[in-house]
Design a protein around this ligand. Structure first.
Ligand SMILES: [Cu+2]
Length: 330
């Protein structure tokens, strides 16, 4: 009996140690640069959703220069970290489990001052990354300069009582905010509830996650504020006309979609999945309403095998190329 009690005590202590280790707060470090890069909104040169040529007003006007958040492996900023194709123009996913700290070592390799401003996470004035009065040290990082931001994921950064095991937030440059965001300087933060994260910060209870931004980018060789001469690129993650690739899932998987909006007054979008419904705030739907900076987390149980349309339901936008497909394979 004594032996059995000892055994149980050891087992219980072991479990306690394991539980403590699993929810131990981590410091997650990222090395991210702002960089001017060439960008093609439709690299296939055709409408891949409909297997058709691009409309004449878009054909030949899909290549522009953007500025993006690019992730590197370390402080040398020499080796880029690969990211999934479906992230498109978005910067890397910054992850945290509630209780974690995030340190982002930011280097401005671009030609204008930029910053990194997080939604949802906790910061001091210096680490807010937004240029206005009073400003902090990270508000405006000049070209060639660096700043390390420290952000905290506390319980108010994590999923709320009615939410799933993880939730999504924005980060973006906030020096000349409208210009910076239109340039492409934006990305997602995913915060997972305490004890519900894998080692990499992703939620344990879903098999797959996607992040999709619905946004119309404005391009003009002359002046972007002159809308008459501007080209409007209606995109999901910076790709138009079915050129966003890699939205592949498997039948039976629980998939979490983080759906984001950003941009201007024209950016009222209704993200619509064909083939499946999603669960959002205790209701089933297949359309999510988005306004600039909206952040929505929904779950899909992938059952209906096939290739399905995923598009904005606003007439001008779907006409203008804000669509792609996702595939559920058996
Ligand atoms: Cu739209």
């Amino acid at each position: 009996m004594m032996l059995r009690n000892n055994y149980l005590t050891v087992l219980a202590l072991g479990c306690l140690v394991l539980t403590a280790a699993a929810s131990e707060a981590a410091t997650r470090e990222y090395f991210i640069a702002a960089e001017d890069v060439p960008w093609d909104y439709a690299p296939a040169g055709k409408d891949l959703t409909h297997h058709a040529p691009l409309p004449s007003e878009v054909d030949g006007h899909t290549k522009w220069h953007k500025t993006r958040f690019i992730e590197y492996t370390d402080a040398e900023f020499q080796t880029r970290k690969a990211q999934p194709a479906w992230l498109g123009i978005l910067g890397p996913i910054i992850r945290a489990e509630v209780g974690d700290s995030v340190i982002v070592h930011f280097r401005n390799k671009g030609n204008s001052p930029y910053s990194m401003h997080p939604h949802g996470l906790r910061y001091t004035k210096d680490d807010e990354g937004a240029d206005y009065h009073p400003g902090g040290r990270g508000a405006r990082v000049k070209p060639g300069e660096s700043y390390s931001y420290t952000w905290i994921a506390d319980d108010r950064s994590g999923p709320g009582p009615r939410e799933s095991s993880s939730t999504v937030w924005w980060y973006h440059s906030h020096v000349d905010e409208p210009e910076d965001v239109n340039a492409g300087l934006l990305g997602p933060i995913v915060v997972t509830a305490q004890g519900k994260a894998r080692k990499d910060g992703s939620p344990k209870d879903v098999q797959r996650e996607f992040v999709t931004l619905f946004m119309t980018f404005v391009e003009s060789a002359v002046d972007k504020s002159d809308e008459k001469n501007a080209v409007l690129m209606n995109t999901i993650n910076g790709y138009s006309f079915g050129n966003l690739a890699g939205l592949h899932l498997r039948q039976g998987e629980t998939v979490r979609w983080y759906v984001l909006g950003m941009g201007a007054e024209r950016d009222l979008h209704t993200a619509h999945w064909h083939g499946e419904t999603v669960e959002w705030n205790g209701r089933h739907t297949d359309v999510i309403e988005l306004l600039p900076a909206t952040m929505v987390t929904v779950n899909m149980t992938a059952q209906n095998a096939g290739t399905w349309l995923y598009h904005c339901h606003v007439a001008e936008h779907v006409k203008g190329g804000m669509h792609t497909t996702y595939t559920i394979s058996k």
